[in-house]
Design a protein around this ligand. Structure first.
Ligand SMILES: [Mn+2]
Length: 385
């Protein structure tokens, strides 16, 4: 059922265009990586492209993991680098045989109000996530909520760093193309992308890459807002208010379920998402009803699921640090239950998580809930088989 469009073995891998050779090393200054030029690397360096199946798995992992090799289709936009390692590194390795999550930071804010203090959000989310995953997966941890030990929560996260953004010269379209390439690169390595933002505009390139990878993909979108506004004339890529319109304009067949909408929308683009074939909405006040869970189960049944989460799906009582707070939102426990239902009916193959704003103090509630929710998604409870 979960047929991939491109199996990872079909991808053609090429040398990263930013690489050059110096003093018996292969350097990628744009991404801050280097590799010893030994005989095997030199021999491979002579090749213009290579298939994964031609390389020993360890060699492939080493070369693709730090993007010495990248998928051919991503090379054109990678000239100035795609991703760069960021602190703190969020890596967890306690479930060797499960598919790793591939973490990408994408601190993209198209038009942030100065009072939203977004400059340190990504670093704060990384700090919180690293701490939270370390506790949940530690051998000594005891979970009072579930009355169980931590070995119940296998988890594997590979950190691919943050998207390279140069605000002096990059256009919104440059950034979107780079994030599309970065998400493809992570997906082609066989990792399920987890992209933390940033504003919700990042979901358009992320979901585009996911749809290429999974023919049967469905999207579950948790948000106070439909983000389905019309595309202004001449706009080159999605903004945070219309990324759904962009996704569905490209892929009218993509099954899409938006959960948690409420309030008034002065610009909802009725015709455009609804000309898409399988779009539905569950408003915030209906979350948690039997009908809601039935619809989620039907939507996800046996399919690969991409989760697109805007933290403002929570009520501002829980998550006040957002750009557009909306009264009457969800309770965090209902969202966790929804995630459980999605997981029991489909397979979560990727996440974008957006719209946490600053200031990033230790009392930022939106960030605390974002980290708790991400931890819940990344550490599914082990099922006894
Ligand atoms: Mn949104």
């Amino acid at each position: 059922m979960q047929t991939k469009n491109n199996t990872t073995n079909d991808v053609e891998w090429v040398w990263h265009p930013a690489l050059f050779e110096q003093d018996s090393k292969l350097l990628n200054p744009a991404e801050g990586s280097s590799l010893e030029l030994n005989e095997a690397v030199l021999k491979l360096r002579a090749r213009s492209s290579v298939a994964r199946s031609e390389l020993n798995p360890e060699v492939f992992d080493k070369l693709s993991r730090r993007r010495f090799l990248i998928p051919k289709e991503c090379a054109l936009v990678a000239t100035h680098g795609l991703l760069k390692s960021a602190q703190p590194v969020v890596e967890v390795e306690c479930a060797q045989h499960s598919t790793p999550w591939g973490l990408i930071g994408a601190g993209v804010w198209q038009n942030p109000d100065p009072d939203l203090a977004v400059h340190d959000v990504l670093a704060g989310l990384r700090r919180g996530l690293q701490r939270s995953l370390a506790i949940v997966t530690s051998a000594n941890s005891w979970n009072w909520n579930e009355m169980s030990t931590s070995e119940t929560y296998p988890c594997r996260v590979v950190d691919h760093g943050n998207l390279i953004v140069d605000s002096r010269i990059d256009t919104a379209q440059d950034i979107a193309s780079r994030l599309l390439a970065a998400t493809r690169t992570v997906g082609a390595q066989g990792h399920n992308p987890v992209v933390i933002g940033g504003d919700h505009s990042i979901a358009y390139p992320v979901i585009s890459a996911q749809r290429e990878r999974w023919k049967q993909l469905v999207v579950v979108h948790l948000d106070a807002h439909a983000d389905a506004r019309p595309i202004p004339h001449g706009q080159q890529t999605a903004d945070c208010g219309n990324f759904v319109t962009w996704c569905l304009a490209d892929e009218p067949d993509l099954p899409w379920l938006t959960l948690g909408v409420r309030g008034y929308d002065p610009e909802f683009s009725m015709p455009s998402p609804l000309t898409a074939k399988h779009v539905s909405f569950i408003k915030a006040s209906d979350l948690g009803s039997k009908q809601c869970f039935d619809e989620i189960e039907q939507h996800c049944q046996g399919r690969p699921v991409h989760l697109s989460i805007d933290i403002d799906v929570l009520d501002p009582v829980f998550a006040p640090e957002v750009a557009y707070p909306a009264i009457g939102g969800a309770d965090p426990d209902i969202i966790k239950e929804i995630i459980n239902r999605i997981r029991s009916s489909g397979t979560i193959v990727g996440v974008d998580f957006t719209e946490v704003c600053g200031p990033m103090t230790r009392r930022n509630l939106a960030a605390m809930h974002a980290i708790d929710m991400l931890t819940h998604i990344l550490t599914p409870k082990r099922t006894i088989s």
